[in-house]
Design a protein around this ligand. Structure first.
Ligand code: UDP
Length: 194
């Protein structure tokens, strides 16, 4: 897989549609996959915070989330095919999950936002099997959430804790999971909830 490295972060050289197909393949093959859709803020933060950079390096794929990264790659004379955003990836994965009856777990946001997100997904993607959820305001030492995810074995876990908490949560718990796609999606539940 070709990469373009910007400030120490290796971005996957792929377009939005290609990336979603790649993830679907991993879901079908039950291959554990940690996705970070990184915007310029993430790149800067990783360069300022060594611990955050370590979490980022555990990702299976890092995509260019935003025109800033795509422009940066152009300036470096190493162009990327385009943006691959967290929100678009989530919505396209929900489409596939709807057709394939994938199991999903939702972690993050305020309980009220999460409940609205679940309601919207249930209405618009009735084929999606939401196996569990937890709001994003929990005690970090409480390992029950990751243990539940490990038991429920979702095909996709969307983690909306914001940067850098979502990357930290996935990186610290990844060893507990056998398979599935795990991705940080920032404020996407707030967008879906409306
Ligand atoms: N969030 C959370 N727990 C936290 C901090 C944030 O669940 O401890 C949620 C917040 O409610 C929102 C989402 O994370 O739904 C994204 O937050 P923010 O917009 O700050 O992050 P960004 O999109 O900038 O990464």
């Amino acid at each position: 897989m070709k990469h373009v490295t910007i400030m120490g972060i290796p971005f996957i050289h792929i377009d939005q549609q290609g990336f979603v197909s790649l993830l679907q393949g991993h879901i079908e093959q039950k291959k554990k996959t940690f996705v970070i859709t990184a915007n310029p803020e993430v790149v800067i933060k990783a360069n300022e915070d060594a611990a955050f950079m370590e979490y980022i390096k555990q990702a299976t794929y890092i995509t260019a989330d935003g025109i800033g990264i795509v422009k940066g790659a152009q300036i470096l004379n190493n162009p990327l095919p385009g943006r691959v955003t967290g929100y678009d990836t989530m919505m396209q994965l929900l489409d596939i999950a709807n057709k394939e009856n994938y199991k999903i777990f939702l972690l993050g946001a305020q309980r009220e936002t999460l409940d609205k997100t679940i309601e919207k997904i249930s209405i618009n993607y009735p084929g999606v099997n939401i196996v569990g959820s937890h709001d994003g305001y929990f005690n970090w030492e409480d390992n029950d959430i990751a243990d539940r995810v490990a038991e429920l074995k979702p095909d996709i876990t969307f983690v909306a804790l914001g940067v850098p908490k979502q990357e930290k949560w996935i990186a610290e718990n990844l060893h507990k999971f056998n398979y599935g796609v795990f991705m940080g999606i920032g404020g996407s539940f707030d967008v879906i909830a409306g």
